[in-house]
Design a protein around this ligand. Structure first.
Ligand code: GUN
Ligand code: FE
Length: 438
């Protein structure tokens, strides 16, 4: 994990900043980390805690414990449509996404899919996510309810859209405001939940709708704003046609006050310099979604530029345009996106983006993202060598950097041994006795 309090200025700094304890002990109490150190140094404390509080001990020798992964962009209603064939963004939305999302007017269906979705996050070691629902408030009620049941830290919102989609998925700006307001009242800051205003993207938002989002953001400044930006070149020309008065795509959001802290923009593949500067100056965040960007043929995210411009970046899976819930697989694709642009993504940088970097991108780094005392006890226990190939390769990797790099290159959900949320075990691979969950 990374014990970094100041913003990181250069990717080269991660190697010096990583904290690795070979034989460690972590004490938890009330869902928080209360002590962390080497086993030997901690034995006395453990004995005392056992005597006074009757502690249980979970022994994970030979495993690797890292902070729970943070997914900064994902659509839960698209779980069932991963791997939809043949289209790029705009046709993919029309042909596959919009028909799928129409099912979420039904509360029972939303509940069933919410459970499935959260199980997928947990069995992949993801303990916090920023999530798109559908336009239906029922979709988000169901998801928040399931997350509240395990006291998970989750940020989500219902989609707001009033044009350029089938009628069944459209609302008026007034309805959008009314439903959003009710969801904020019901869920925002309840337990570990936060609300995100979620206009789908510029092409499905009228000026009146964006004005509603602006007023809600002003009224509830600690609510998030979560949308898509500059993903696909056809989308870009469409936005330009629709908003000739705006200087560039980001300007559409910016003019409505939808940039700044807790504003998260998925993709950001085709930004010009002034858009990068605007993201930096407003301290807005980017969700980098490599599997989605490759799957939809959208383009290559420029990680180098995000360092140069000092913009916050988190990792997103963007399921269902993304092809996996798994953060290790996502990091591996991020590495390849880097390779195509001669950027070398180190394992340390990659794991940073998936943990503390993601937490920082969501302004949650005072609560999650590393193992400093006082942090919330969300973590994942990884088993580095599971498959025969991983075991073979492990015999040739010596340094921590190399071991982590092989883990992200060959890893998947089999490497997730156990997941903890709020100090409680919420997933144990071997409890399934070899079966994959339904
Ligand atoms: N842009 C607008 N809506 C979507 C969506 O559902 N997925 C992706 N990847 N991009 C979008
Ligand atoms: Fe998306």
């Amino acid at each position: 994990f990374f014990d970094i309090r100041e913003p990181v200025l250069r990717p080269e700094d991660f190697e010096a900043q990583v904290r690795y304890i070979e034989d460690g002990l972590m004490l938890l109490s009330g869902g928080h980390i209360v002590w962390l150190g080497s086993w030997q140094e901690g034995e006395g404390r453990l004995a005392l805690a056992q005597k006074t509080a009757g502690l249980e001990i979970d022994d994970f020798r030979d495993k690797l414990i890292v902070p729970g992964f943070v997914d900064t962009h994902i659509h839960y209603p698209q779980t069932e449509m991963i791997g939809a064939y043949g289209e790029q963004l705009l046709e993919w939305l029309t042909r596959y996404t919009f028909p799928t999302e129409q099912q979420y007017h039904c509360a029972d269906y939303s509940k069933r899919m919410s459970k499935f979705f959260l199980d997928q996050l947990l069995l992949n070691g993801t303990t916090t996510a920023l999530v798109f629902g559908t336009v239906h408030p029922e979709s988000v009620d169901a998801l928040f309810k399931e997350a509240a049941d395990i006291n998970m830290r989750l940020v989500a919102g219902k989609v707001m859209m009033d044009k350029n989609a089938p009628d069944a998925l459209l609302e008026t700006p007034d309805e959008s405001e009314r439903d959003t307001r009710a969801l904020i009242a019901r869920w925002h800051n309840r337990q570990r939940l936060s609300y995100a205003l979620t206009p789908r993207f510029a092409p499905t938002s009228s000026p009146e709708l964006l004005q509603k989002v602006r007023l809600l953001k002003q009224e509830f400044p600690d609510v998030y704003m979560h949308t898509h930006l500059s993903e696909n070149v056809a989308e870009l020309s469409w936005v330009k046609e629709m908003h000739p008065e705006h200087q560039h795509y980001l300007d559409v959001y910016h003019q409505y006050g939808l940039t700044g802290e807790r504003c998260v923009f998925a993709h950001c593949l085709h930004l010009d310099d002034s858009e990068w500067d605007c993201l930096h100056d407003t301290d807005s965040t980017i969700a980098f979604c490599p599997t989605s960007n490759l799957f939809l043929g959208s383009g290559l995210f420029n990680l180098q530029k995000s360092w140069h411009k000092q913009v916050r970046v988190g990792m997103g899976t963007d399921v269902g345009a993304g092809t996996t819930f798994n953060m290790l697989e996502t990091l591996s694709e991020a590495y390849k996106v880097g390779q195509l642009q001669r950027y070398r993504l180190s394992a340390f940088e990659a794991f940073y983006h998936a943990t503390l970097g993601g937490a920082r991108a969501l302004h949650l780094d005072d609560k999650i993202g590393n193992f400093n005392t006082g942090k919330e006890a969300d973590f994942v226990v990884l088993e580095p060598g599971v498959s025969a190939l991983q075991k073979l390769r492990a015999t040739n990797s010596k340094t921590l950097a190399e071991k982590l790099f092989v883990l992200m290159t060959l890893g998947d959900d089999r490497n997730v041994y156990s997941t903890y949320v709020d100090g409680e075990q919420v997933y144990a691979r071997d409890a399934l006795q070899g079966e994959r969950p339904a």
